[in-house]
Design a binder for this molecule. Structure first.
Ligand SMILES: Cc1cc2nc3c(=O)[nH]c(=O)nc-3n(C[C@H](O)[C@H](O)[C@H](O)COP(=O)(O)OP(=O)(O)OC[C@H]3O[C@@H](n4cnc5c(N)ncnc54)[C@H](O)[C@@H]3O)c2cc1C
Length: 296
């Protein structure tokens, strides 16, 4: 299949790209093209112009800023999987990358594209909400920072204005144990549900901080920080993980779709949350687990 005709621009700098966006009514940023091009081929997207940001070097770096890593929007999935700074300071990101599509997709797809595309069953948006990433966006007129919890508005809809480019992401360094657990029907498919958790314990084995984020169960990545507060200072144990998993599964409101019923997704979420918490607690080095009806 071929996409409808479009104009094509290839700016060399962020300012050139934002100036182009300012003057156009219906332009789209082209990053890795792994989601946008299939959508154009299927005529689900028909932008009049593509602004290809692949030559903008300023979008490709990963820098240690002390408390966080600043990751350029054009950093590709495969780089996040193998970069030593990412592996050391936000290991859950590099571990989750192994679940994203296939090698060919990871070698082109980008962190900025994944976040801007805002598929609620994608891994990086779930981690963005779990760890409170800050998204830096630029237009010709201003630069602003959007917290991840305010960025995702609905299925494939974000707080990005059409004149803005996502340029970088500030990712706080992991503080505590994390695990991401997901279930997909075939290896490389989008998951039916994703549970990502973070657990920090006191020296007395009490909960100092526990977070649960889910993908594939709502129109945006799901998390409820107020709910998490109620588990602070409780004693860490498998019983507590079961309680958290059950309460979370009752809070979410998945809907039926072609792949799974709402009841199935609720059950899956409960199982994945429990397993992720238990893994983070018992086996903090494991980092990630994927299950499905395939051999791995
Ligand atoms: C077969 C297949 C399987 C896949 N499986 C998974 C999976 O399991 N998990 C997963 O998370 N993803 C999966 N993906 C999607 C993949 O991760 C893509 O890389 C990602 O969704 C989009 O990144 P991209 O760089 O290719 O963006 P593009 O396709 O280039 O762009 C996607 C959208 O984001 C916008 N955009 C891109 N960059 C920016 C920017 N810097 N600022 C503003 N807007 C921007 C574009 O205009 C477009 O609307 C899969 C894709 C395929 C084809």
């Amino acid at each position: 299949m071929k996409p409808p005709a479009f104009d094509y621009y290839r700016p060399e700098s962020i300012s050139e790209a934002t100036s182009l966006l300012k003057t156009m009514d219906d332009a789209k940023i082209l990053a890795g093209g792994q989601s946008l091009i299939p959508m154009m081929n299927m005529r689900l997207a028909r932008p009049q112009a593509l602004i290809d940001i692949n030559r903008i070097q300023a979008l490709t770096s990963i820098n240690d800023q002390g408390e966080s890593l600043r990751v350029g929007a054009l950093v590709r999935h495969c780089e996040l999987e193998t970069n030593p700074l990412v592996q050391r300071y936000v290991p859950l990101v590099s571990q989750a990358e192994g679940f994203i599509g296939h090698t060919a997709i990871r070698s082109r797809g980008t962190i900025g594209g994944s976040l801007a595309h805002a598929d609620p069953a994608a891994e990086l948006p779930v981690l963005a909400v779990l760890y409170d990433w800050d998204l830096i966006v630029e237009s010709a007129d201003q630069t602003r920072t959007i917290p991840a919890r305010d960025f995702f508005l609905s299925y494939f809809i974000t707080a990005l204005d059409p004149t803005e480019i996502l340029t970088a992401i500030d990712i706080p360094k992991q503080n505590g144990r994390g695990h991401i657990s997901e279930y997909a029907i075939r290896a490389g498919d989008f998951a039916l549900a994703i549970a990502a958790v973070s657990v920090r314990l006191t020296a007395d084995n009490l909960i100092d901080d526990v977070r649960v984020a889910l993908g594939g169960v709502a129109d945006v990545p799901w998390r409820d920080p107020q709910l998490e507060e109620q588990w602070r200072n409780q004693s860490a144990s498998p019983d507590l993980w079961r309680d958290i998993a059950h309460v979370v599964s009752e809070r979410i409101e998945p809907t039926d779709d072609l792949q799974a019923s709402a009841a199935y997704r609720r059950q899956l979420a409960e199982t994945l949350v429990y397993r992720a918490l238990q893994k983070a607690y018992r086996d903090p080095d494991a980092g990630s687990t994927m299950e499905g009806s395939f051999d791995r």
